[in-house]
Design a protein around this ligand. Sequence first.
Ligand code: HEC
Ligand code: HEC
Ligand code: HEC
Length: 377
Amino acid sequence: MNRVIWVVFVLLGASPALASDAAQFYAAACATCHGVAGAGDGPVAAGLPIKVAAFTDPAFWAERTDAVVEKAIREGGPAIGKSPLMGAFGASLSKDEMSALLVYLKAFVKPSGPETPPPAKPQASGVERGATEPAGTPDDDPDTTASSGLSANLRPEPNLDAGAALYRTRCAVCHGRRGNGAGPAARGMDPRPRDLVEGVYKLTSTPMGEPAAQADPYRAVTHGMRGTAMPGWNGLPSDDRWQLVYYMESLSPRFADGAGQPFEIPDPPPATAALVAQGEQVYDASGCAACHGADGRGGGVGGAKLVDSNGRRVWPADMTRGWRFKGGSGSVDIYRTLTAGIEGTPMPSYAHLSSEQRWGLVHWIRAQFADADVTLQ
Ligand code: HEC
Ligand code: HEC
Ligand code: HEC
């Protein structure tokens, strides 16, 4: 039965790349709860207070439309009146990838008898899976583009008890009860959930080596981290997300003296052909190719065996797939990433380049996007 669906799927011309992305994404982001074979029996399921949906049950699919299933995956359980333990993964899936994932989930159905499930093994190279919304959206979103995040006066007073309670129900399953990144669902995840006690964040707007600004984890929690199991929590009220940020800060000695101060991000200059050409030169001259490859597709020599500060493999980003950038693919997002670097990984800070050189890089990178919406002037 499963095999039949897969054959039909392939014959219909769906991209095999998307199909294997769906398998990898499922294995990384869903299997810990929903089970490798979709039966709702992942290692984490037993510890949850409610039953995890089983995709193997034909009744599951008979009782709801694709649109509802898609909404649950995109916006999280509460969007359809279900539990928040079901996170929102919309930020990690493009429209095509969502369709491929639905096909993948439906292939779990077992109308009768035992059947081999579709392969759902995490793959060694699967760090950059998943992927997401059309390029450009982050630019329209003040949350991702603002250099310092939301203005301070929108932040509620800290209430650590409220933050702790939210953390226990939403986050501990992956990040661990004490925040050390070793929750029951963390097993087999690649990349691993962040160790919040260590407090080294990837997505920052502060100089390399300084602690993240408060707005940084707020952004990560709001949007999730594309291509990883970290869901976006924009279904939670903004006040709750701030309480989570305060609570995470309280877990780590890194923030003992407070959060970091964000650097300024100037307004982006227009993406002229001259600036893009300059960006290409800076890319060549700055050694980006050693990791990201001469063509920017992530196939540099150095990229073959890069590890993070905990000795785990990391893969340099593919410049043609901006929708997978964890820090966002808008101009300001990429400028922030290049300036801050990605702490805990080999991706360095390029704050020493002039602002013009960094904007050149930003515009050159955006011109590489497979779905480039960059207009040259
Ligand atoms: C931390 C555990 C967890 C993870 C990880 C998780 N889910 Fe869920 N999911 C749940 C729980 C619990 C429910 C049941 C919610 C309820 O019944 O209130 C659920 C329900 C669902 C539903 C059914 C919604 C409905 O219509 O009733 C779908 C579809 C779903 N999950 C898809 C996914 C996909 C796809 C992924 C990975 C991208 C995923 N889930 C990751 C826990 C999880
Ligand atoms: C299904 C598992 C899962 C759940 C649930 C989850 N996370 Fe994560 N989280 C991850 C993973 C995996 C990463 C690491 C991604 C990476 O390294 O690229 C991560 C990373 C993070 C980061 C690091 C951001 C950075 O810049 O490095 C923060 C902060 C975070 N999560 C907060 C939360 C909070 C708060 C919650 C609950 C509201 C939560 N997470 C729930 C899996 C999860
Ligand atoms: C020593 C290796 C190395 C060098 C040199 C390097 N990078 Fe990276 N880069 C990485 C790695 C590894 C990642 C992925 C980190 C992760 O996802 O955790 C990355 C990620 C990125 C990302 C995606 C960030 C995101 O939001 O996900 C961009 C954009 C990028 N690099 C641009 C550049 C540019 C431009 C240069 C040169 C000016 C450069 N990198 C030099 C290793 C490198």
